[in-house]
Write a protein that binds this ligand. Sequence first.
Ligand code: AMP
Length: 215
Amino acid sequence: MNIVLMGPPGAGKGTQAEKIKASYPIPHISTGDIFREAVANGTELGKQAKTYMDSGQLVPDEVTIGIVNERLTREDCQQGFLLDGFPRTTIQAEALDQGLAASGRKIEVAINISAPNEVLIERLSGRVSCKDCKKVYNLQYKPPAQAGICDVCGGQIIQRDDDRGDTVARRLEVYLEQTQPLLDYYRQKGLLYELEGNRDSIAVWADVQKILEKF
Ligand code: AMP
């Protein structure tokens, strides 16, 4: 199953991606995670990506497309994959389709999770995660049992630089300008499923499962 998971920051993509990953034996490819790891490792890619990420902008298409297309050629992606946070522009979607077509593959389903802006802002401002195992918490709705310490691995709880202040607003603007138009791309292909993300993640997951069962 070749899946694309889309939605504005804070809509719950990451939570649903974790659930899909636990239920289906396909690799989870998150471009945001790839860039964050590169930043943490201080690689050339990380240095390049950081400036864009810190200002809430998208990393240039040519960089992002190259990384994803290379990742999708690996053996573990041949029976399916879950793309999380990619594509984010129509150019990325077209390049993805071309890359997959070259090996006789295609995207089979695109799921978009949305939520009102005020909900996204509230969620993002409370979002924190473990520095080590990356488990996500929310300081308002789902805080760690002991402040600042991960329930799962005891790691340090941190806030993403780009979940702060003005960067959140910029990321939401960028989503509206550059990523929302992409919904039409998948709608026209008859691949798009739209879900309301302003609900409990278990209710959203029930809908995701209903969609994926069809494939
Ligand atoms: P995310 O964790 O998906 O919210 O991504 C964090 C940041 O990584 C974004 O705000 C962008 O700066 C960058 N990024 C992630 N995915 C992409 C993409 N498909 N295209 C361009 N930039 C991306």
